[in-house]
Design a protein around this ligand. Structure first.
Ligand code: ZN
Ligand code: ZN
Length: 382
C-alpha cells in the first residue's frame, strides 16, 4: 500500500463487529458441525461430505490427486438436482456423473441415506486435533486474514462466498490477494482485471459492511526482485503480499537479493511463504537464502513475515520462525485460502507461531482494520 495512501481508519469498522472472547476456532466450529456431542457424527449432504473428505485428506497430507478427486466430485454433484441424484442412486448409476467413481459414489449414497459416510468417519477419527492452548490464545486475538484467493485467479469460490465465510468465522476483515499477471498457471490478474476487481470489491463492501474486504494482490517477486504489477495499483490496494513462485531453486546469493529487494519496497506489506517449500505429494525443498539477511530486511523496512497456514506449506519452517520472532519481526498469520473452508486453517499457523515465540502484539492481523491500514501505509522507502 502507498505510504501516502488514505490512512483514515474506516469508521464503520470501529467496534461494531466484536468477536466474543474465546470463540472457538473455525476448525473447531467445523468439527462441531459434523460431530454431535455424543461423539457420533451428524447428517451431512453428499456435497458437504465430499468437500469435508477432500479437506481432511489435504490436512492429512494425502497425495493431492486424491483430494482433488473428491473436490471434483463435489463440484459435479453440486450441479445435479437432489431428486435426480436420488434417482441415480436408486438405479445404482451415480458413476454416470462425471468425476464420480466407486468410492465417491459410496460416500454420496451413504449421505443420501442420512448416514455419515464411513470414509468421512474414519478420516475424522484419524484427525490430529489442531489448537494447542497457546495457539488458541493467539488465534483468539486475530481479527482477520491477509492472504486469500478467489475464482478471479486460482481459487475455487467467488469473492462474495469467501467474504461471507470470513465474516461467519468472526473475522472483521480479510484481504483478497489474487495472483499477479505473470503467474499464468494461476490465471493471474492483469492490471485491467485488477482494476475491475477493485470495483467489484467496493460494491461488495457496501453490501457486507461493517465487515470489510481489504483489496490486495499476491504479487510475484520476479527474478530480479521487481514486482509483477503496476506501481500505481500496488500503491492503491490495501494489502500487498509479495511471494516467490518461480525459479525457486536459484542460488542463495541472488535469491537473498531478490527477496530483500521485494521486502524493501514501500508497497510490500507481507513477505509470503518465504521458503516456498511443499510438504505433500512429491514435495518441494525450501529455497535457499540467507535468512538472517532477509529477517534483518523485514525488520528494517517493517515488512511482516507471513506464517502461511496451508497444511502443505507450513512456511516458514520453525527454525526461521523462531529466529524471526526473537528478532521482533511483525507477522501475518494467513491461510492463503483458495476455497471458503480453507479460511478455517488459521489454527495450523497460530499453533506454530505461538510455539516459536510469536506474540499477539507482533501480529498485524491482530490489529483492528484501521490500525492495520495505517501500518500498511507507513513502510519507510529504502
Ligand atoms: Zn503464493
Ligand atoms: Zn497465495
Amino acid at each position: 500500500m502507498n505510504p501516502r495512501g488514505d490512512l483514515s481508519p474506516p469508521t464503520r469498522l470501529a467496534g461494531e463487529h466484536l468477536r466474543p472472547l474465546g470463540q472457538p476456532s473455525g476448525i473447531r466450529v467445523y468439527e462441531r458441525c459434523v460431530t454431535a456431542p455424543t461423539g457420533t457424527v451428524g447428517a451431512v449432504t453428499p456435497v458437504e461430505a465430499l468437500e469435508r473428505i477432500a479437506e481432511l485428506l489435504m490436512r492429512g497430507r494425502a497425495p493431492s490427486y486424491r483430494q482433488q478427486a473428491f473436490r471434483k466430485a463435489a463440484r459435479e454433484v453440486s450441479r445435479v438436482p437432489e431428486n435426480e441424484l436420488l434417482e441415480l442412486a436408486a438405479a445404482d448409476r451415480l458413476t454416470d456423473i462425471p468425476g464420480v467413481g466407486a468410492k465417491t459414489a459410496q460416500v454420496i449414497t451413504e449421505a443420501l441415506r442420512g448416514e455419515t459416510p464411513e470414509y468421512l468417519t474414519k478420516l475424522l477419527n484419524d484427525l490430529p486435533q489442531p489448537g494447542t492452548d497457546e495457539g488458541e490464545a493467539l488465534r483468539a486475538q486475530l481479527k482477520g486474514d491477509l492472504h486469500s484467493h478467489s475464482d478471479w485467479s486460482d481459487g475455487g469460490d467467488t469473492i462474495e462466498a469467501m467474504a461471507t465465510k470470513a465474516r461467519d468465522l468472526g473475522h472483521d476483515y480479510f484481504a483478497l490477494t489474487d495472483h499477479s499477471p505473470r503467474l499464468k498457471i494461476a490465471n493471474g490478474l492483469s492490471a485491467d482485471r485488477l482494476r475491475e476487481q477493485l470495483e467489484v470489491v467496493s460494491a461488495l463492501n457496501d453490501k457486507l459492511a461493517p465487515f470489510r474486504i481489504l483489496t490486495g494482490v499476491e504479487v510475484d517477486i520476479l527474478e530480479d526482485g521487481a514486482l509483477d504489477q503496476h506501481e500505481d495499483l500496488l500503491a492503491q490496494v490495501d494489502v500487498v503480499v509479495a511471494s516467490v513462485h518461480s525459479k525457486l531453486r536459484m542460488e542463495a546469493g541472488p535469491m537473498t537479493r531478490r527477496m530483500v529487494a521485494a521486502v524493501a519496497s514501500p508497497h510490500v506489506d507481507v513477505l509470503g511463504h518465504c521458503t516456498g517449500r511443499l510438504l505433500t505429494g512429491r514435495g518441494r525443498p525450501e529455497s535457499t537464502f540467507d535468512d538472517d539477511v532477509v529477517i534483518e530486511a523485514c525488520k528494517q523496512f517493517d515488512t511482516a513475515m507471513e506464517v502461511n497456514c496451508r497444511p502443505e506449506r507450513l512456511d516458514p519452517p520453525k527454525r526461521i520462525l523462531t529466529k524471526a520472532a526473537a528478532a521482533g519481526l511483525r507477522f501475518a498469520i494467513s491461510t492463503d485460502a483458495h476455497a471458503t473452508e480453507q479460511l478455517e486453517w488459521q489454527p495450523y499457523g497460530t499453533d506454530r507461531a505461538a510455539a516459536c515465540g510469536v506474540t499477539g502484539e507482533r501480529v498485524v492481523n491482530a490489529m483492528p482494520a484501521g490500525e492495520l491500514l495505517e501500518w500498511a501505509g507507513s513502510h519507510p522507502a529504502p
